[in-house]
Design a protein around this ligand. Structure first.
Ligand code: ATP
Length: 460
């Protein structure tokens, strides 16, 4: 058996569509740029990653709690956070073909990431593009308008009239919901600093750069954890959450050698320290997670703009202060893309045939076990009974259509780690055959031992 090296993004996109993992958004209407829908298999995968994150960051992270705040917030939140004034991308229009591009991305793609445009001013980016004759990716000409800053927030209107007083925004990050609830969470649960707040939810950004599949989309899910701590302890916790992030990502099955830290060259005005965790995608290294020391900027600004006191009172020392925040921010869709990128293989088997397989770690695999009667007429009833017993314990499916070989292949292609085959021996000797996705080896297991057998594999 050997690996096929011909895997590329197009193959992965097609595979995801054919296997019910991810579909192009609004496809029957010609799609909507940078939007994707998760199918039956993809949404199970997402759920498993969300559950693993929640467990790690809310249940297991010391003194942490979860919330679920509203997507639509009082517009003053975005004034205080700085998003209204400065959550912008540097955009240029191609005067020839009228397409719009991000200046920083044009430079980074042209130089294959050898030049970091993050550090450049708009004037420097314009000059760099002109002197290097960087072409428009669509028409190949180098004839752009000057850079304009374009706000990434989606606007909508509350109420019936479209007056600017009614303008509200779809949140571009989930973090602000955690900041504005700092006092509510602290007081209602009588928490002592340091403590954490985590949440998972949708965020929206008016991204115009074409994404690499789900890497950059206009609607995506974030999993964000904010750690509220006292100034002076912040750098210790910043280092802690860097390591904790790495632990989390490798626990999902992403290999350590395909992950790395990348310090930010240009810090945001509020940040004392910031880095990304990058994954080596098939299109190159890029960010899947950011860790930021946000200082006391967020709570100070919300205190200033809301007029509400957001200081924490230390009951023991009597000291009052605004806590510092260490943020660990994850893009769920980018993690899913990294998991698919890492797991997808087209193997050439000894007989020359191809096997498409997703080698997910069993604990995050969308479907844990498939129950397959060898011959429906003879083994279907027993198989259904076994499936009915398993389905409340693991995400299981029952499939009796097509040859057993084709059914195995279908399960391999969606990453199901175990297939249970029901045959005459099940009826006569009360045993089943359990096939392992990766080795394709089969083992005989007693019907009464199936649960323990699988449970051990998932714990491992
Ligand atoms: P980028 O530089 O790639 O635009 P960012 O630095 O703006 O990302 P953050 O604001 O730090 O990203 O958001 C935290 C996480 O949210 C990112 O690490 C990423 O995983 C995810 N994310 C951000 N923007 C998008 C998007 N448009 N589509 C999918 N995921 C995103």
């Amino acid at each position: 058996m050997s690996k096929n090296s011909k895997i590329n993004m197009e193959k992965l996109v097609n595979h995801c569509k054919n296997m019910g993992i991810i579909f192009p958004g609004s496809e029957i209407y010609g799609g909507l740029a940078n939007s994707w829908d998760y199918g039956p298999i993809g949404c199970e995968l997402k759920l498993n990653v969300k559950n693993a994150w929640w467990k790690k960051f809310v249940w297991e992270s010391e003194n942490s709690q979860g919330i679920d705040s509203a997507i639509l917030m009082n517009p003053k939140v975005w004034e205080a956070s700085g998003h209204l004034a400065s959550f912008t991308d540097p955009l240029m229009d191609c005067k020839e073909c009228k397409t719009r591009h991000r200046a920083d991305k044009l430079i980074e793609e042209f130089t294959k990431n050898q030049v970091n445009a993050d550090k450049m001013s708009n004037k420097e980016m314009e000059t760099f593009i002109l002197t290097n004759n960087i072409p428009c990716p669509k028409c190949g000409k180098c004839n752009f308008t000057p850079i304009r800053q374009f706000n990434l927030m989606f606007e909508t209107n509350r109420g019936v009239t479209k007056e600017s007083a009614n303008t509200i925004y779809l949140r571009p990050e989930t973090a602000q919901g955690e900041f504005v609830n700092f006092i509510n969470v602290q007081r209602s649960l009588r928490l002592k600093v340091p403590f954490g707040i985590g949440q998972i939810g949708k965020a929206f950004r008016n991204e115009i750069t074409p994404g690499n599949f789900t890497f950059r989309t206009i609607e995506f899910e974030q999993m964000e954890h904010q750690w509220f701590c006292k100034k002076g302890t912040d750098e210790k916790y910043y280092d802690f959450y860097k390591q904790y992030s790495m632990e989390f990502l490798t626990s999902l099955g992403l290999p350590k050698e395909k992950l790395r830290f990348k310090d930010h060259d240009k810090l945001a005005h509020y940040a004392k320290n910031a880095c990304d965790v990058q994954y080596e995608f098939m299109m190159g290294w890029d960010e899947i997670n950011g860790i930021h020391n946000r200082t006391d900027f967020d709570l100070s600004r919300h205190q200033q703009f809301s007029g509400k006191n957001l200081e924490y009172l230390d009951q023991v020392t009597g000291e009052k202060y605004i806590p510092y925040i260490i943020e660990a921010s994850y893009g769920l869709d980018r993690i899913i893309l990294a998991l698919l990128d890492n797991a997808f293989e087209i193997e050439i088997l000894e007989d020359g045939s191809e096997r498409e397989v997703l080698h997910f770690k069993p604990s995050i695999a969308p479907i844990k076990v498939a129950v397959l009667p060898l011959i429906k007429k003879l083994h279907g009833d027993v198989a259904k009974k076994i499936y009915n017993e398993l389905k409340s314990k693991f995400r299981a499916i029952y499939d009796d259509t097509g040859s057993i070989g084709k059914r195995y292949r279908r399960e391999d292609a969606i990453g199901t780690p175990f297939c249970i085959t029901i045959d005459d021996e099940t009826i006569n000797q009360n045993t089943v055959t359990i096939r392992d996705r990766d080795s394709m080896k089969q083992e005989k297991v007693k019907v009464d031992d199936i649960f323990n057998y699988l449970n051990n594999k998932f714990q491992g």
